[in-house]
Design a protein around this ligand. Structure first.
Ligand code: ADP
Ligand code: MG
Length: 273
């Protein structure tokens, strides 16, 4: 087993990419489960109205379930919506429900609309600290994603190694800079994870090489392979970590989790850079 120390200081990640289907949710839930297996206390916040992270973590998220919508719009504390995930005793999830689809509009008229997630999360963590908070974002740069950006300090971008991946990334980097300047000086791109990698294709190798050249500090050594086991797991209400822990996808996500846990120092150094 691998020795990983957790300092007691909470690291808040937002998993973002304005493209859909690039592996944001898959990355959020699998890293969360792998970190929990390493002994970290982890909270996943499902901020996507589709609720895919809630599904994969096996928590209830039907229309009548108390959810992150109630935290953002009705001032419900996190402690009333957080559920234990059957994945691990260290892992909990703040579920999303279909109501969250309306929150994007409803937030517009709320006081401190960009900071509602941050405020509620800070209050929760005061009584119930965790090592990692991982926020799964919708594929847009609306108020839900802005709430994630103000609540987090680290941005994790999953990059799909299947087409020209750097295209469109500049828009996301621009948004991060804008948030950094106006709303949250702590926010920075700390981690890039290459995913859906197919070593047989020249394109995947080219994409990986190019991303590593542009972001040598941020790209993890671990690369997530394209694997059927990874995509099957959510239909069993599981992550691949618990569904098939010896599969290549599970092994890769566990490696990525170890790297993230061990990268604490460099993350702290990069702050404000
Ligand atoms: P996003 O949250 O960015 O929309 P998802 O995590 O939902 O993306 O992934 C999109 C689709 O790709 C899902 O069907 C998911 O199961 C599948 N997928 C994600 N990662 C992998 C992988 N490493 N191998 C195979 N399929 C994957
Ligand atoms: Mg998703």
């Amino acid at each position: 087993t691998i020795e990983v120390q957790f300092s007691g200081e909470t690291r808040v990640f937002t998993v973002s990419n304005q493209k859909g289907g690039v592996g944001k949710t898959t990355t959020a839930v699998n890293l969360a489960s792998a970190l929990a297996d390493l002994g970290a206390k982890v909270l996943v916040i499902d901020l996507d109205p589709q609720g895919n992270a809630s599904t994969a973590l096996g928590v209830k998220h039907s229309a009548d379930t108390k959810s992150i919508y109630d935290v953002l719009i009705n001032d419900l504390p996190f402690s009333e919506i957080v559920q234990d995930s059957p994945e691990s005793e260290n892992l909990r999830c703040a579920p999303s429900t279909i109501h969250l689809a309306g929150a994007e509009i409803e937030l517009v008229s709320q006081v401190a609309r960009e900071f509602r997630l941050r405020r509620a999360l800070e209050e929760f963590l005061r009584d119930d600290p965790v090592d990692f908070v991982i926020i799964d974002c919708p594929p847009s740069l609306g108020l839900l994603t802005i709430n994630a950006f103000t609540a987090a300090s680290e941005v994790l971008i999953p990059i799909q190694c299947e087409y020209y991946a750097l295209e469109g990334l500049s828009q996301l980097l621009g948004s991060i800079q804008m948030i950094q300047k106006h709303l949250n000086p702590e926010l920075h791109l700390s981690t890039i994870l290459l995913t859906m990698y197919d070593a047989r294709t020249r394109l995947a190798q080219q994409v990986a090489e190019e991303v590593r050249t542009h972001f040598p500090q941020q790209v993890l050594n671990a690369v997530i392979p394209r694997s059927v086991r990874v995509s099957e797991a959510p239909s069993f209400g599981q992550t691949v970590i618990s569904y098939d822990g010896t599969s290549a996808g599970a092994v890769a996500y566990r490696e990525a989790a170890v790297e993230i846990a061990q990268r604490k120092e460099s993350a702290a150094q990069n702050k404000g850079a």
